[in-house]
Ligand binder design. Structure first.
Ligand SMILES: NC(=O)c1ccc[n+]([C@@H]2O[C@H](COP(=O)([O-])OP(=O)(O)OC[C@H]3O[C@@H](n4cnc5c(N)ncnc54)[C@H](OP(=O)(O)O)[C@@H]3O)[C@@H](O)[C@H]2O)c1
Length: 249
């Protein structure tokens, strides 16, 4: 996949899946806008990638920050072709009746409203340019209740519906919206899950998780028309056919 001349804005690019995607998209020729709250971490990664990258410190749960991030990306690179809604949080891990309602809502603000904020800010620019690709990191948690994860499961179910909505409303105007369910990935999020000791996911071993670089490869593949059959739906990285297509089987 050649992304020369294209621009991708990647949320949650300070570490884990987002950082791996930023490196790979830049290698594929894209300009990359790196969005996360951690100012130092995105600045460091942008420095490593070089002039194709810009760091944009931003909390995606605040619409005005996400909107400014998209505007900054377009000011610097002239366009936005791909939006990767990757930023996400899992805590609080707590039973539904025991979780703090404010903290519970913050998960919705990041994982669900953050995705909406990205779409709302980027779609008008993509539509004006004739189209674009909106990839959102989903999860098996969108489909299955997991003990202690009510906020996470509800947010991921909602985010999947936003992909379906973006497809329903904008496919005929050139918007390619697809969700990616990666399975379990060796990142900070899995360390947090392990430390919680709650539900069977916390019992998995580190070797059970796939590397974030596999997820980055899937995201890059999803930028191409080869994956148009998935528009408005979900790619699963547990699917052997998908793994073969991206060369990690
Ligand atoms: N790891 C897994 O097993 C797994 C499985 C399924 C789905 N996912 C999904 O994959 C995505 C990436 O997670 P990961 O595994 O790479 O976890 P991670 O290493 O914890 O990375 C999460 C990223 O999101 C950013 N972030 C969190 N809150 C933010 C906010 N309010 N505004 C902007 N950025 C924010 C973090 O940066 P800052 O803290 O610097 O803001 C960080 O860059 C998430 O959506 C997650 O739900 C992960």
């Amino acid at each position: 996949m050649d992304l020369t001349g294209k621009t991708a804005l990647i949320t949650g690019a300070s570490r884990g899946i987002g950082a791996a995607a930023a490196r790979l998209f830049a290698e594929a020729g894209a300009n990359v806008a790196l969005v996360a709250r951690g100012r130092e971490a995105v600045a460091e990664l942008a420095g490593e990638i070089g002039p194709k990258a810009m760091a944009i410190p931003c909390d995606i749960s605040r619409y005005w920050e996400m909107d400014q991030a998209v505007q900054a990306c377009v000011s610097a690179f002239g366009r936005i072709d791909v939006l990767v809604n990757n930023a996400g949080v899992i805590e609080p891990i707590a039973p539904l009746a025991g979780a703090d309602p404010g903290a519970w809502g913050q998960v919705i603000d990041v994982n669900l409203k953050g995705v909406y904020h990205g779409m709302h800010a980027a779609l008008p620019l993509m539509l004006a340019a004739g189209g674009g690709t909106v990839l959102t990191i989903g999860s098996g948690a969108a489909h299955h209740p997991l003990e202690g994860w009510s906020a996470y499961c509800a947010s991921k179910a909602g985010a999947l519906m936003l992909t379906r909505m973006a497809d329903a409303e904008y496919r005929d105007r050139g918007i390619r919206a697809i969700s990616l369910s990666p399975g379990t990935v060796a990142t900070q999020m899995q360390r947090t899950i392990k430390a919680s000791g709650v539900n069977p996911v916390s019992e998995l071993n580190w070797e059970d998780h796939i590397p974030p670089e596999w997820v980055a490869k899937a995201l890059l593949w999803m930028c191409g028309s080869e994956t148009d059959d998935y528009l408005g739906g979900e790619v699963s990285l547990r699917d052997e056919a998908v793994r073969r297509a991206i060369g990690v089987a």
